[in-house]
Design a protein around this ligand. Structure first.
Ligand SMILES: *Cc1c(COP(=O)(O)O)cnc(C)c1O
Length: 407
């Protein structure tokens, strides 16, 4: 008899985006003439940088001729891309990362989801609340949690991100083994300072723990005193793995390219307490289960590190940050408490009422779609997330409508 992995039955169906879609459809049916502006999705809206498109086309042409055609590439990614990343994203900021510590992949979602395979079943895991759901659900699937009760899975340590801690969780009171952190944060848009991040690195070193640092939004950091990489902190190489993606940085959500950094010294422990290096284990997993990102896509990603590519991605990010500013100023003028939008594309707003109630109000009265914070965890109750991924015109119009309705 074929039996299933019962842990899958513990997963909470994610009604968030289907609920949102249903409410939008109902609104449109009742108000066919009213226009809707969507500031809910976590997806980019602008085209790929020109430098990437040109490199992409050139690489496709190479694939069209026998002499320059390429078949399987290295599973870990082509050296040209790994070298460009190591130099531009890390060494230029004083973070000592080598090209062979970088594993190119087709997404930070897959990587943050897959990494837990390397660790044992009985570890204690700390997960932020509110959270990008991938970290949570992949550990549920793997059987590292109990059942879901009162909005939380048993057996996990939740790291509350609230107004009280300025949306940067405090260190856990007890011992945890695996820690997920994401800064700039999705969904709150909050950032972490070097000193705060150092307390986590120190905690991990002291407790033989490991930090999984999701830096998918590092490109949105405007304040140069904030860490873009956890490896800007001394001692982080032994205790941290970092995830990055070209998705939000350069509009690659539909093109697919990301990478994971596993420093050579980074270690976990076996049952006898001996240090086991993670780099060879992740390399083994990657080569066994993944066959590399397509050559043209890696060329398109490499192109963002050319002088033109850098200028174009900066322009792309500035465009969204201008939207984030419009959102912040509008929300501030209305007297709401909020965080984010200064070094991230998300603004997290205390709606002073239930998330869904605020969602319905914005939809029905202003025709603006946001994301209810409750969909990201218990601490998200009472909050909404507004995203800067849209055009200037739409964001300006949305903020005008919201101001008129609430002002
Ligand atoms: C968008 C996003 C990613 C990137 O995912 P990809 O699979 O690379 O597109 C990773 N982490 C967070 C928190 C995100 O919001």
């Amino acid at each position: 008899m074929i039996t299933i992995n019962e842990h899958y039955l513990k997963l909470q169906a994610s009604y968030l985006f289907s609920d949102i879609a249903k409410r939008i459809a109902a609104f449109q049916k009742e108000n066919p003439s009213r226009s809707i502006i969507k500031l809910g999705i976590g997806d980019v809206t602008r085209a790929l940088p020109k430098a990437s498109i040109e490199a992409f086309h050139r690489a496709v042409d190479e694939m069209a001729a026998d002499q320059s055609f390429r078949g399987y590439g290295p599973e870990q990614g082509y050296d040209f891309l790994r070298e460009a990343i190591a130099e531009n994203d890390f060494r230029s900021r004083g973070a000592d990362i080598a090209a062979d510590e970088i594993f190119i992949s087709d997404g930070a979602k897959c990587d943050t989801g897959n990494i837990q395979e390397l660790f044992s079943q009985d570890i204690t895991i700390a997960i932020p609340d509110p959270v990008y759901p991938v970290y949570l659900d992949t550990n549920v699937m793997a059987g590292r949690t109990g059942d879901f009760r009162d909005g939380r899975y048993g057996g996990l340590v939740y790291l509350d991100s609230t107004r009280e801690n300025n949306f940067v969780p405090s260190l856990p009171a007890g011992q945890v083994d695996l820690i997920y952190l994401c800064f700039p944060n999705n969904p709150t848009g909050s950032t972490i300072s070097l000193d705060e991040l150092k307390t986590w690195v120190d905690y991990a070193r002291k407790n033989k723990a490991l930090i999984l640092f999701d830096a998918a939004y590092e490109a949105f950091i405007q304040d140069d005193s904030l860490p873009k990489s956890i490896y800007e902190i001394e001692g982080a190489r032994e205790v941290s793995i970092e995830f990055r993606s070209f998705s939000k940085t350069a509009g690659f959500t539909g093109t697919r390219c990301a990478f994971t950094v596993v420093p050579k010294e980074c270690a976990a422990f076996d049952a006898s307490g001996n240090r086991q290096l993670i780099h060879p284990l992740w390399n083994r997993r990657h080569c066994t289960k993944f066959n590399g990102v397509s050559y043209p896509v890696q060329r398109a990603a490499e192109a963002i590190y050319s002088p033109e590519g850098k200028a174009q991605t900066r322009e792309l990010i500035s465009y969204y940050m201008k939207n984030a500013e419009m959102i912040r100023l509008g929300i501030d003028a209305l007297g709401f408490d909020f965080v984010g939008g200064e070094n991230s594309p998300y603004v997290w707003i205390d709606g002073k009422r239930d998330s869904w109630e605020f969602f319905d109000l914005l939809l029905n009265k202003a025709g603006v779609v946001c994301t209810p914070g409750a969909g990201f965890g218990r601490c998200g109750k009472g909050y909404i997330r507004i995203s800067a991924f849209n055009s200037h015109e739409n964001v300006a119009e949305a903020m005008q409508r919201i101001s008129k309705m609430l002002g």
